[in-house]
Design a protein around this ligand. Structure first.
Ligand SMILES: Nc1ncnc2c1ncn2[C@@H]1O[C@H](COP(=O)(O)OP(=O)(O)OP(=O)(O)O)[C@@H](O)[C@H]1O
Length: 261
């Protein structure tokens, strides 16, 4: 776990004393978190542990009741998601809504155009610009394994492939820190395998912070895991470390017991 002596410069994202109270409920309780650059960092925990709330705080979709968040050495506690997205901290599915009637390729071209032209969709000059971004879009689609499907209508893609497309449109913004909210949720085994490989590939040159329920994928992919329970950090470390921590085992067994009550 992070100590106060740790140098902020070692981390791309840090949170100190992060707290969120909804009415009387403390959903996130004094959480310290530090994400090292070029690693995959997972947030896990039993149901209701506060993962989603914590993720929404870190991605600035929610404002904390208390605490501070820094990204790339700068305090972002009071910044908007769009502002930090421009500085390279991007939540997948944030800006990357998939337009169903457009082709897979057009979706990525449009996302690239957005990066190049600073955030706004610039339709009047679009034909010329979109064509010039074609090569880059094709290469991004190859990266996410969608090259062969580029002329398909986005809405016709199977669910797992659509999530792959969403990741491609996020990568089009060239994020330094990619925030993934349950990237494997609702996927079948084949898509899970493909998307996990994609996340591993993406993380070679970027940092990934994700909330994910699939523990076997978390075990394979993550460099660091923060386990939350009842809103607080219960443990942090590699999968080997946290999975043999008695408090973590108890929190998960508690969840299984509750499910059987
Ligand atoms: N908008 C809200 N208003 C009131 N309470 C909330 C709100 N959002 C979350 N909570 C409460 O905060 C606690 C943590 O919820 P959260 O969704 O962050 O947990 P989680 O770990 O993501 O759970 P799950 O794995 O079930 O998605 C829960 O008790 C939840 O009921």
């Amino acid at each position: 776990m992070m100590s106060l002596q740790d140098d902020q410069a070692d981390y791309i994202l840090t949170a100190r004393g992060l707290t969120k109270v909804f009415g009387g409920i403390t959903a996130v309780d004094n959480v310290d978190l530090a994400v090292r650059p070029n690693t995959i960092h997972a947030l896990i925990g039993p149901n209701g542990a506060g993962k989603t709330t914590c993720f929404n705080l870190l991605s600035k979709f929610l404002q904390p009741s208390k605490g501070k968040i820094s990204y790339a050495g700068k305090d972002i506690t009071n910044e908007a998601p769009a502002t930090i997205a421009r500085r390279g901290m991007v939540r997948s599915f944030q800006i990357s809504a998939v337009f169903g009637d457009m082709s897979v390729l057009e979706n990525v071209r449009l996302a690239l155009q957005r990066r190049v032209h600073g955030g706004s969709f610039d339709f009047w000059r679009s034909n010329k610009c979109l064509r010039s971004l074609e090569d880059e879009a094709v290469s991004l689609l190859d990266d996410v394994g969608l090259g062969d499907l580029r002329h398909h209508r986005a809405a016709d893609l199977p669910y797992g492939r659509k999530r792959g497309l969403e990741i491609a449109t996020t990568l089009a913004l060239d994020p330094k820190l990619l925030l993934l909210d349950e990237p494997l949720a609702g996927m079948g085994q084949e898509d899970i395998g493909r998307t996990s490989e994609l996340i591993a590939r993406v993380a070679k040159t970027r940092t990934v912070l994700m909330v994910e329920h699939n523990l076997s994928v978390v075990a394979t992919l993550s460099d660091t895991i923060t386990v939350l329970a009842r809103g607080a950090v219960l443990a942090e470390g590699t999968y080997a470390e946290v999975s043999r921590n008695p408090a973590v085992i108890e929190a998960y067994i508690g969840e299984v017991d509750e499910a059987h009550e």
